[in-house]
Design a protein around this ligand. Structure first.
Ligand code: NAD
Length: 340
């Protein structure tokens, strides 16, 4: 019998619920501790699993012997939790985006490298069947041009205690490009390699009547990749009539067009009349969050990070690109060269 791994969770909100739901059938783990600045939230989750509740990450690590921890916090709330996990030498999973502050994220990445700690970032789209098919094809037929993004309507309703309390405030979430289009950028980086520079323009003033709303209404972003490829990415919360998620990748002999949250793909090949459909579900039809959780747990158990598709250090690059787009837009479109 393998040892039961004792798991902790920092941030007792929507994504901790999503991950505990996804791991509900895992027989080799136990949910041992929950931590939230709002202790009542941690206690409500802890009570449902017979676990302990905390409001301070360092106190949680001091009190409970954990094998791994999930850090499911809003972008503005990172730092303390990661450094506490590092001090306790506990491998950590961090939901995307891993931070909103690139400098702090780079500092954490350097500490992770020094400590040789297993980490995983929550970019679940890299584990989809469509991503596997695209990765294989595009390794042999590289992408020259891509476009992608997330388009939706104004965030008018939702739980004022939960995600909506911070999502609509750019200084807390980083804005839609940093918080949401981060998925598209991460998948593009997975399939196209690293980027070298970015420039962007923002639209503001179209979305009105939402208390505390400080986001850009839309962002149009151009990226140059180190491979020589170029791409256009977009974010918008300005339109009630039509929305969607997409990533289209164009190579010499193939085009891969992914759509929706599930990233189902149509793969076009030169000379063939009909595209091939590849599902965005996880191999075996498993829950996509459970698949990334299982990859992280496999690495924790074995000490070998091979199953993890986005490490913390890799996610720093995705964060840097999304933040650079926002910075460029604030500077009226001036290109920003990427460092990491
Ligand atoms: N992978 C995905 O598809 C996906 C989907 C939704 C959200 N997310 C990401 O997951 C992260 C968490 O989002 P969520 O939906 O769970 O948010 P949420 O608002 O539902 O929950 C966040 C929780 O963190 C707590 N918190 C805030 N600051 C804290 C601190 N310093 N220490 C401890 N707890 C603190 C809050 O009280 C709240 O309970 C975000 O980065 C978000 O972008 C990912």
């Amino acid at each position: 019998m393998p040892k039961t791994l004792r798991l902790g969770f920092i941030g007792a909100g929507g994504m901790t619920k999503a991950h505990t739901d996804a791991m509900a059938g895992f027989t080799d783990v136990t949910f041992a501790a929950f931590c939230d600045v709002k202790k009542a939230r941690a206690k409500a989750m802890a009570d449902s699993f017979g676990a302990e509740a905390f409001s301070d990450p360092a106190k949680m690590f001091a009190a409970i012997d954990l094998d791994a921890v999930w850090i499911n916090l809003p972008p503005f709330a990172h730092g303390e939790a990661e450094f506490a996990a590092l001090a306790a030498q506990v491998p950590f999973f961090v939901e995307k985006p891993i931070n909103k502050d690139v400098k702090q994220a780079a500092k954490i990445a350097a500490a992770v490298e020094k400590a040789d700690l297993i980490t995983c970032a929550g970019y679940m789209n890299r584990y989809r069947k469509s991503a596997d098919a695209a990765k294989k094809l595009l390794a042999a037929d590289p992408v020259a041009y891509a476009s992608g993004g997330w388009l939706g309507g104004p965030p008018r309703s939702g739980d004022p205690q939960g995600i909506w309390s911070w999502w609509i405030q750019k200084d807390k979430s980083g804005g839609q490009f940093v918080e949401q289009v981060t998925h598209t950028i991460d998948l593009a980086r997975y399939l196209m390699g690293d980027a070298e520079s970015v420039s962007a323009f923002a639209a503001t003033g179209f979305v009105t009547g939402i208390k505390k709303y400080t986001m850009d209404d839309a962002l149009a972003v151009s990226v140059k990749f180190k491979s020589g490829a170029v791409a256009n990415f977009c974010a918008s919360v300005a339109c009630e009539a039509r929305g969607g998620v997409f990533l289209d990748l164009y190579a010499s002999q193939h085009a891969v067009c992914m759509t929706g949250w599930g990233h189902d793909a149509l793969i076009y090949e030169a000379g063939k009349k009909k595209p091939k459909a590849v599902s965005g579900e996880a191999p075996g039809g498993a829950h996509i969050f459970g698949v990334e959780d299982r990859a992280f747990l496999k690495a924790v158990r074995s000490g070998n990070p091979a199953a993890i598709r986005t490490t913390y250090a890799d996610a720093v690059k995705t964060l840097e690109l999304t933040v650079a787009a926002t910075v460029s837009a604030e500077k009226g479109g001036k290109p920003v060269t990427l460092k990491y």
